[in-house]
Design a protein around this ligand. Structure first.
Ligand SMILES: *[C@@H]1O[C@H](CO)[C@@H](O)[C@H](O)[C@H]1NC(C)=O
Ligand SMILES: *[C@@H]1O[C@H](CO)[C@@H](O)[C@H](O)[C@H]1NC(C)=O
Ligand SMILES: *[C@@H]1O[C@H](CO)[C@@H](O)[C@H](O)[C@H]1NC(C)=O
Ligand SMILES: *[C@@H]1O[C@H](CO)[C@@H](O)[C@H](O)[C@H]1NC(C)=O
Ligand SMILES: *[C@@H]1O[C@H](CO)[C@@H](O)[C@H](O)[C@H]1NC(C)=O
Ligand SMILES: *[C@@H]1O[C@H](CO)[C@@H](O)[C@H](O)[C@H]1NC(C)=O
Ligand SMILES: *[C@@H]1O[C@H](CO)[C@@H](O)[C@H](O)[C@H]1NC(C)=O
Length: 791
């Protein structure tokens, strides 16, 4: 007590000692303080839960926001209050509280009994800076049983505790710097940092009591748990990419690109671009989810999905593959992925890919979705063929003015309801840039508008009835039940709303250049095969399932994957027409539209195969015996028939064993009878045929003469004299059987004809048939002669 009194007498009293009993408003206007940036000139004393409360905005009320100092327990509701003007303690306090830079000006003094000890709570004003002091006396009031234990004082800002000052040893005063700062209604001590997880705000109060705070950035939001996150939307429609920043750029080649790469997890989202109707405009064709571990997931055309290369069947309910939630509805396929605290959602419908991300702020990705102009660093394809650029003619049907108007609908109702949330400009640019070059077919215009509507939906703005307003029927199903092949895409056929598999432009170019529907006919031996390209037929409106060869029962075979259609035929089936011309055999057939042969311009594809007769000149034949002489005795007739072969038409050079006949060399065969009365009888060469066996009945027979007439299929056979007397001869070109046999046997059947019964000379039609039997042959008098040749 002595020490305390000494202290009291050494200062100048400003107010004169006042006794406060419990609840009282007291002015400190003579020594106002700055309490965590707020300047106060009044205090309101009170007791709560037995503790002294000194508040600044009014009396203490636990339900009401206030700034207070909660002192220690107070014994009697009696406080001695005074204000002193004193700077003697300046250096003492500043030694403890180094941040105080001003000099002590004055202080308010509150003295009371706390568990038997005289306790003082002091508010020191250092100009704009403030210190709180707490001290209790070492004098033990008799009979109170007071003990020497720490007394606490707490500063509260908006009822939240900021500082505590503890007087832990009697007579030793302790101080707290309560100059501080305020942030979001909270008090802060100088040189401290405070975080607010609900708003992701972090504030720091500097030594000069200046508060600075950081919170989530512009395009970020606070997740309420202290993390700033960012949502991002990347839209790829046709060739255009609108990145997370809203920058639009177009892919100009047909390569594969990284859309998004997360280097921390190794997850990469890739997109492959390919052409459709024009070689100079590419479209996003497929999207691949590539994980550092586990199978890739590919989203393909036609809402098809491959997991690790194998197709999977999806439905409206989510199925999980490799941690990816996949589902499908009639509009497209959705994939949801959660990786390393980030979530990705991908939608792909075959023409538009939209990627939504919800990730920790500041995490950056690589790829076109992060920066749509980073083409060179995002390109994945290493082969250069995908980079080849094509020059195409400008499409005159495109009216860029009209297209621009159509794309600008994104700025008017009903789309305008979303304009403040999603900037329509990059979507308009993507729509205009593409459709000024590429025809607005295949629902492409609506794809651009739909991409905007979907982006809005992701931002919780549903654009009502945009399909109706923009004349986009959402019910059009592209290529129902069809899976277009790699060289095809699903598109509109002609001007109708019907869709089908059309050829991609680069694939189709050579066929269109040569005005063909497929590859050239492949001719082999006596068969041929023709392959037509399904998409070339389909985009001309031809239903290729109805195509047949000339024989309508001969249909083509369609490969289910490639849609290539193959027709096979031989010389003697499917209505093939065989003609020969100058040593060439020609097979001709045609593909026609079944039952609609009148539409020749629509589908009448004629094709043929040409063959040269083989000339194998090194094969030489030698006759085995010549001439062949046979005596025929039959009834009244007794005659001798001689068969001779000659190398010349005058039949002067008879072939004997020394003569080598070359393959395809023309030879003349003479059949001459002697011992007959020429006035009565003629001999008729009924038939001549070749075999590879000595026997004339051998199964393989090749006729040169049949029914007295030359085989018209063999244009080399010429019957030069027959039935006009007893000397007959014919010519043919020497041939060889295609099998391995080295021998050739020529057999002729000769008949006798009675001249008195009519004309004995066979009359042959162009078809090689004898028109009528002019005279009776005497079958029983037939003579058979054979001549052997060997190589
Ligand atoms: C994907 O995630 C989004 C939100 O992130 C949710 O609205 C949607 O239903 C999910 N879809 C699937 C297929 O999991
Ligand atoms: C995007 O990529 C391009 C090309 O690499 C580069 O010039 C540009 O600075 C990048 N933009 C941003 C915002 O990083
Ligand atoms: C193009 O479209 C605009 C607006 O629809 C129209 O005024 C103009 O006549 C069109 N031009 C041609 C060449 O069709
Ligand atoms: C498609 O429409 C255009 C213009 O309307 C017309 O010139 C063309 O002949 C039509 N094509 C077909 C296959 O109907
Ligand atoms: C089209 O065919 C012509 C002649 O066969 C050829 O010179 C030209 O390069 C071809 N064009 C294309 C685009 O294939
Ligand atoms: C058609 O001919 C091709 C080529 O000769 C052959 O590969 C194919 O098997 C044949 N198809 C049929 C149905 O005969
Ligand atoms: C047939 O003629 C030959 C010789 O020219 C003769 O040897 C033979 O006896 C004759 N036969 C008959 C039945 O006249």
């Amino acid at each position: 007590m002595l020490r305390l009194l000494l202290l009291l007498f050494s200062v100048v009293t400003l107010a004169g000692s006042v006794i406060i009993t419990q609840k009282q408003q007291v002015s400190i206007a003579q020594c106002p303080i700055t309490y965590y940036t707020e300047k106060y000139t009044n205090v309101y004393t009170d007791v709560s839960n037995g503790r002294l409360m000194i508040c600044f905005k009014g009396f203490y009320n636990p339900g009401k926001s206030n700034d207070c100092i909660q002192g220690p327990v107070i014994d009697k509701n009696q406080i001695t209050f005074n204000i002193y003007q004193d700077n003697s303690l300046s250096s003492t306090i500043r030694q403890k509280l180094k941040l105080l830079t001003n000099d002590l000006k004055c202080y308010s003094y509150f003295s009371f009994l706390s568990e038997g000890r005289t306790t003082a709570l002091k508010l020191y004003q250092f100009g704009t800076q403030t210190a709180l002091g707490l001290q209790y006396s070492d004098y033990q009031q008799p009979g109170t049983g007071s003990t020497d234990y720490p007394r606490y004082a707490y500063t509260l800002v908006n009822n939240e505790q900021v500082h505590s000052v503890v007087a832990s040893k009697a007579a030793v005063e302790n101080y707290g710097d309560i100059t501080g700062c305020r942030l979001n209604g909270f008090g802060m001590a100088r040189n401290t940092v405070k975080s607010f997880p609900e708003t992701c705000t972090t504030g720091s109060c500097s030594s000069a009591a200046v508060v600075t705070s950081t919170t989530c950035g512009d395009r970020e939001y606070c997740d309420g748990k202290g993390s700033c996150k960012q949502r991002g939307l990347c839209t790829v429609t046709g060739p255009t990419v609108i990145d997370f920043r809203g920058q639009m750029n177009s892919v100009s080649d047909r390569c594969e690109y990284t859309l998004l790469q997360d280097q921390s997890t190794g997850f990469t989202l890739k997109a492959n671009f390919l052409e459709r109707r024009r070689r100079d405009v590419s479209f996003v064709d497929s999207v691949t989810l590539d994980f550092s571990q586990g199978a890739d997931i590919q989203l393909l055309q036609g809402h098809r999905v491959l997991v690790g290369g194998s197709p999977v069947t999806l439905s409206g309910s989510v199925q999980t593959f490799n941690g990816v939630g996949l589902s499908k509805d009639q509009t497209g396929v959705t994939a949801n992925i959660s990786l390393g605290g980030a979530s990705f959602s991908l939608f792909f419908d075959g023409t538009t890919a939209q990627i939504f991300i919800d990730v920790l702020a500041g995490h950056s990705y690589k790829g076109l979705c992060e920066n749509s102009s980073s083409f060179s660093s995002s390109k994945l394809s290493s082969d250069s063929s995908c980079q080849q650029q094509y020059q195409e003619k400008v499409d005159n049907t495109v009216n860029c003015t009209a297209v621009t108007q159509q794309c600008n609908i994104l700025k008017s109702s009903p789309f305008s309801s979303c304009n403040a949330v999603v900037d329509p400009q990059p979507y308009i640019a993507a729509c205009t840039e593409t459709l000024c070059k590429y025809p607005a077919v295949d629902g492409l215009r609506c794809q651009f508008l739909g991409a905007y509507a979907k982006a809005c939906q992701k931002r919780q703005v549903n654009i009502q009835n945009w399909e109706t307003a923009a004349q986009c029927s959402s019910s059009t199903v592209m290529c129902p039940g069809r899976t277009c092949s790699d060289h095809e895409f699903c598109g509109q056929i002609d001007n109708s709303t019907a869709t089908g598999c059309r050829c991609k432009a680069i694939f189709a170019a050579p066929y269109i250049n040569s005005s063909s529907f497929g590859a050239p006919t492949v001719c082999q031996h006596n068969s041929a095969s023709l392959t037509l390209v399904g998409c070339l037929l389909e985009q001309r409106g031809i239903d290729y399932s109805l195509l047949t060869l000339l024989d309508k029962t001969c249909k083509g075979q369609v490969d289910e994957t490639t849609h290539l259609m193959t027709f096979n035929f031989t010389s003697d089936n499917c209505g093939t027409i065989v003609t020969t011309k100058k040593g060439q055999v020609i097979f001709t057939n045609a593909v026609t539209l079944k039952d609609k042969i009148t539409r020749k311009d629509q589908a009448y594809i004629e094709f043929s195969c040409l063959y040269k007769k083989p000339e194998v000149n090194h094969v030489a034949f030698r006759i085995q015996d010549s001439p062949v002489v046979q005596t025929v005795v039959s009834g009244d007739w007794n005659h001798t028939v001689t068969m001779k072969a000659f190398a010349d038409s005058m039949r002067t050079q008879m072939l004997d064993r020394s003569y080598q006949v070359q393959l395809n060399q023309k030879i003349w065969v003479e059949l001459k009878s002697s011992g007959l009365d020429e006035n009565l009888i003629s001999t008729v060469t009924d038939s001549c045929w070749a075999t590879n066996q000595p026997s004339s009945d051998s199964s393989q027979k090749y006729f040169l003469i049949k029914n007295g007439c030359a085989n018209i299929d063999d244009q080399t056979v010429q019957v030069e004299r027959n039935g006009d007397g007893t000397l007959n001869y014919f010519s043919f070109n020497m041939f060889k059987f295609t099998d391995e046999s080295r021998d050739l046997y020529l057999h002729c059947k000769l008949q006798l004809c009675l001249k008195q019964e009519g004309n004995c000379i066979p009359v042959c039609s162009a078809q090689g048939k004898r028109r009528r039997r002019s005279a009776k042959y005497r079958q029983r008098d037939a003579a058979f002669l054979s001549m052997g040749w060997s190589t």
